[in-house]
Ligand binder design. Structure first.
Ligand SMILES: [Fe+2]
Length: 288
């Protein structure tokens, strides 16, 4: 079966959300929805989510799953806000508990994690009549997973489009060697399999694109095409990562995304706050 995939691009964070479904009126999965957030004003909005919700309503879809490929550091998850509007179970790889414990020294992440289902590696599940499988893909973070839904593979932040390459591995718990192994596992899948990315950062002059194939990745990916060995990849990845700053939304994103997309509880004055740790040396190493 070849599921329909509708992709939605958020130009402000470069994030691509996807809706996967068998046909009109079917059950569907929404992958990596975005909650808009303006850091300067502290304002959230569901502008991006409204496009997804309109599509779900227009196709008469029933949201069965809201899937997260990982705890994104570049945007706030729209999972919780989406669930409130259209229902569905929020699912993520079970290693997310390890990421939570890494960040709980910095942020108060005690209490419920906010996800409805933690997927085991290789877990098989259904989206209506579609067969889906979780593939653990650690490297970018320890808790990354890909979702293989029939012939469509949602790779999260492992692979980007072939001319962009791969995701960074310098967040806490990131590991370039693990990412290489995870990617080789994905690229061992059939060449015709469609590969849907979670981000696109199009080089100058190219329009944003959201999918490619395993075969194209093996032939053209600038970081991991066939013939590039692990040590060459790791050397190049680490050299590149050493030049990257921390993402602007890292701290807000961790405080929301590690709660299944829920905002922190309000203070006594009724307002919600996101914290910025000062001189937390685990992050300060990226400063100039
Ligand atoms: Fe990411």
């Amino acid at each position: 079966m070849f599921p329909h995939v509708e992709s939605f691009y958020d130009p402000s964070t470069g994030t691509v959300s996807h809706i996967v479904y068998a046909g009109y009126g079917a059950q569907c999965a929404v992958i990596d929805p975005v909650l808009d957030f303006d850091a300067a004003s502290g304002r959230t909005s569901t502008h991006s989510l409204e496009r997804l919700i309109a599509f779900v309503e227009e196709r008469r879809l029933e949201v069965q799953w809201i899937l997260e490929t990982h705890a994104h550091a570049d945007h706030l998850s729209g999972a919780s806000a989406l669930k409130r509007r259209v229902g569905g179970k929020i699912g993520i790889g079970r290693s997310i508990v390890d990421v939570r414990s890494m960040f709980s020294a910095t942020f108060d992440l005690t209490g419920e994690h906010g996800f409805d289902h933690l997927f085991a590696p290789d877990e098989v599940f259904a989206i209506g009549t579609l067969q889906a499988q979780v593939l653990a893909t650690p490297g970018h973070t320890p808790a990354d997973v890909a979702f293989m839904i029939e012939d469509a593979l949602f790779v999260g932040d492992t692979l980007f489009m072939p001319d962009v390459g791969t995701a960074r591995c310098d967040f806490p718990g990131g590991n370039a060697r693990l990412l290489y192994a995870s990617i080789r596992r994905l690229l061992a899948l059939p060449k015709a399999m469609r590969v849907f990315v979670c981000h696109d950062y199009p080089p100058h002059g190219r329009e944003a694109r959201f999918w490619t194939t395993v075969g194209e990745q093996r032939k053209f990916n600038v970081h991991v095409r066939d013939g590039i060995c692990e040590s060459d990849f790791v050397e190049r990845r680490m050299a590149r990562d050493s030049t990257l700053k921390m993402p602007v939304l890292l701290f807000p994103a961790m405080q929301v995304n590690l709660r299944g997309g829920r905002l922190p509880a309000p203070d006594a004055n009724g307002l919600r706050y996101l914290k910025t740790p000062i001189d937390d040396m685990r992050f300060a190493q990226k400063l100039p």
